[in-house]
Write a protein that binds this ligand. Structure first.
Ligand code: ATP
Ligand code: MG
Length: 142
């Protein structure tokens, strides 16, 4: 067990469904602290850069179009095993396979429109946090 930071994004469908407080509340109730957060409407370039690892996948164009379709809420979550804890709260990528009570099971529309993003490993978390936040914008509370 160790204190980690992870990047969370409430995707455009989550913001459009007015779920910002609900989703951030789930994080806070489950041992994660918000070290920094802001709402932002991603440009095409920002979304393409963020999802660059998926640039060869057939769904890349659709993914970028969706991620730029409305504002998102980008947060850094901090706490014990924050990366896996956040992924557990999110549930599987495809809401049809997500465990009951997870964010995606409760709110996602489809494998593409799936309400939240969360970093999947320590290395990607570090890259993703730095993609959106300067260290001075984050407040350690551990
Ligand atoms: P995220 O990275 O957003 O947290 P994830 O790690 O569960 O999700 P990835 O495999 O990294 O899933 O895919 C990134 C995102 O691309 C997914 O969250 C989803 O929005 C989209 N995506 C993944 N697979 C598909 C697919 N088969 N069809 C359409 N969109 C997809
Ligand atoms: Mg991923």
């Amino acid at each position: 067990m160790s204190i980690q930071r992870t990047l969370s994004i409430i995707k455009p469908d989550g913001v459009a469904k007015n779920l910002v407080g609900e989703i951030l509340g789930r994080f806070e109730k489950n041992g994660l602290r918000i070290a920094g957060t802001r709402m932002q409407w991603l440009s095409q370039q920002e979304a393409e850069g963020f999802y660059a690892v998926h640039s060869e996948r057939p769904f890349f164009g659709e993914l970028v179009e969706y991620m730029t379709s409305g504002p998102v809420v980008i947060s850094v979550l901090e706490g014990e095993d924050a990366i896996s804890r956040n992924r557990e709260l999110m549930g599987a990528t495809n809401p049809a396979e997500a465990a009951p009570g997870t964010i995606r099971a409760d709110f996602a529309d489809s494998i593409g429109v799936n309400t939240v993003h969360g970093s999947d490993a320590e290395e990607t978390a570090a890259v993703e946090v730095a993609y959106f936040f300067r260290s001075t914008e984050l407040c350690a509370r551990g």
